[in-house]
Design a protein around this ligand. Structure first.
Ligand code: GLN
Length: 200
């Protein structure tokens, strides 16, 4: 089984090592083109800068193929900029240049709503179905999830705030599990969307 990391921009190496830690060396494909995308059974869309990511998707001619694969049920773990890219509705930031979304998660999101880069922070997150202590959530110029609708549901929270949503095999997080050194979310994603079992 190969798992992909969309490798156009952002914290690609961190997602790669999180998956390789679980699945072993050689299990991750860095997806930069159609062939790479066709080779994977699941994909993570890393954090970075969502407008840049959106532009690079078009340059790589990947928007169409990625939209088609997600529509056909590809499991996706999207973090931060990745979450923004998959949101159905963006609450416009005055003067900002927003990305063109692949609107697959039925949520409304406001970008950069926790302040500037230097106001990035770490906070405990509770994730449904995760055993052990709260998850150490790293928030970097994070978006805020304002509304969750339809078949998309909340599954991770920081206090009252929703910080993780899912719609079937599509998972979106406003924080960065790939930066925390805690493999539990990547592990739960593989288990629940692909039926992966570490013991096998
Ligand atoms: N602020 C970025 C954006 O709006 C996302 C930040 C991140 O991915 N850490 O695209």
């Amino acid at each position: 089984m190969k798992v992909g990391v969309l490798a156009l921009q952002g914290d690609v190496p961190e997602h790669r090592s999180a998956f390789e830690h679980l699945l072993g060396p050689g299990s991750v494909v860095l997806v930069r083109d159609r062939d790479g995308l066709a080779a994977v059974s699941a994909l993570s869309i890393p954090g970075g800068e969502s407008t840049t990511l959106s532009n690079l998707l078009d340059e790589a001619a990947l928007r169409g193929p990625l939209t088609a694969r997600i529509g056909a049920g590809l499991p996706v773990l999207a973090t931060c900029a990745g979450l923004i890219l998959l949101s159905r509705q963006l609450d416009p930031v005055p003067g900002g240049r927003d990305p063109t979304p692949i609107p697959m998660l039925d949520i409304t999101v406001r970008r950069n709503d926790h302040g500037r880069q230097r106001e990035s922070f770490e906070a405990n997150v509770t994730v449904d179905g995760l055993s052990g202590p709260p998850f150490p959530g790293i928030f970097i110029r994070a978006p805020r999830i304002l509304h969750v609708q339809g078949s998309t549901t909340a599954f991770a929270r920081r206090g009252e705030e929703v910080v993780g949503v899912r719609s079937g095999p599509l998972w979106g997080l406003s924080f960065h599990p790939e930066l925390s050194g805690d493999p539990r979310i990547h592990e739960q994603f593989l288990k629940e969307t692909l039926g992966w079992d570490q013991a096998r």
